[in-house]
Write a protein that binds this ligand. Structure first.
Ligand code: PMP
Length: 311
């Protein structure tokens, strides 16, 4: 088809350019296996969270012009981008382990960032969750609340999952996914299980995180407390949006192995992905001996967010 024969490719705004991200085979890292990754860092805001934010903003109450969210950075960037497009005021609370690149990105879109101590439990009044709640209450703003809202997993059920399914012609045997809020694995997991109950859904998280126990009932490790340098995955306690019913198993990966796989993705596949992508790739490497058929994953964000941290 010549350029002149094509229909218009002009998007109304950058929000309409979210989605249709490519799926790529990891042909050197997992040479003898069929492992494919959906490159969600190719969304305009730089991560899979663009989809969730676009979906949740459909529920923005009429007349409200101020949005607030707690975020490990990517939801903040997605929300700040959407707020810029729609002319909304935007506040984002982040844990203080968030990379400088991500904080600067949120600020570049014109949003205000509030840094909170990572060590505080969710219920603490100064945790990044509670701070988002109090800013929203004080200003009458819309709090997206990704960690508790069912809209988070619904976004992936109605948007990410069908897109992935059609891109792969439904050829999926196993879906392996990092877990942070749990929205991605819960939404995509439910969609896949409804299509074909034989599809295995496996979560990957850092050591001492809480989802393995929530899914398998395995006793928590006694030799350590939760704390990770990998952003976006792992939680002290499972979030409200997580749906354990669609997850078959969860495995845990040490931080150094996740970072090593991040380097390998860049050097062996030419894919500059973030730490959570390294974490899930490391999980796949461990799982492959017990999996058969096509293994599918998503890479949520880019290594460009962590150049000064992991690379
Ligand atoms: N990786 C990164 C880099 C993220 O920002 C997130 C979102 N917190 C995830 C993985 C996990 O996605 P979800 O919150 O849907 O579980």
């Amino acid at each position: 088809m010549s350029v002149s024969e094509r229909t218009s490719q002009v998007h109304g705004s950058v929000l309409d350019a979210i989605g249709n991200t490519p799926v790529v085979r990891l042909q050197r890292l997992f040479r003898d296996h069929d492992v494919v990754a959906k490159l969600e860092f190719m969304n305009p805001g730089g991560s899979i969270k663009d989809r969730m934010v676009r979906y949740m903003l459909r529920y923005l109450p009429a007349g409200v012009e101020h949005v607030v969210e707690s975020s490990s950075g990517n939801t903040g960037a997605a929300l700040a981008m959407a707020a810029a497009v729609r002319g909304l005021r935007c506040d984002v609370t982040v844990p203080d382990r968030t990379s400088t690149e991500k904080i600067r990105r949120i600020e570049a879109y014109g949003a205000q960032v509030h840094m909170c101590a990572s060590s505080l439990a969710e219920a603490h009044e100064h945790s990044y969750y509670s701070m988002a709640e109090s800013i929203a209450a004080e200003h009458g703003a819309f709090h997206l609340d990704q960690y508790r809202s069912a809209l988070n997993r619904q976004a992936h059920y109605t948007d990410t999952a069908p897109e992935l399914w059609f891109q792969l012609d439904g050829r999926i045997d196993c879906f392996v996914c990092g877990i942070g809020s749990g929205g991605t694995i819960s939404g995509i997991g439910r969609f896949l299980k409804e299509r074909d109950r034989r599809i295995t859904v496996i979560g990957v998280e850092p050591l001492h995180s809480s989802y393995r126990e929530a899914v398998t009932g395995a006793a928590p490790d006694e030799d350590g407390t939760f704390g990770t340098v990998i952003e976006g995955v792992g939680k002290r306690a499972p979030s409200g949006t997580f749906d354990a019913a669609v997850v078959d198993d969860v495995i845990q990966v040490p931080d150094d192995v996740a970072v090593d796989f991040c380097h390998r993705l860049a050097r062996e596949e030419g894919i500059l992905a973030g730490g959570s992508s390294g974490c899930v790739a490391a999980g796949i490497a461990r799982l492959l001996p017990r999996l058969s058929g096509r293994v599918v994953t998503v890479f949520p964000d880019s290594g460009a967010n962590y150049l000064s941290k992991y690379f």
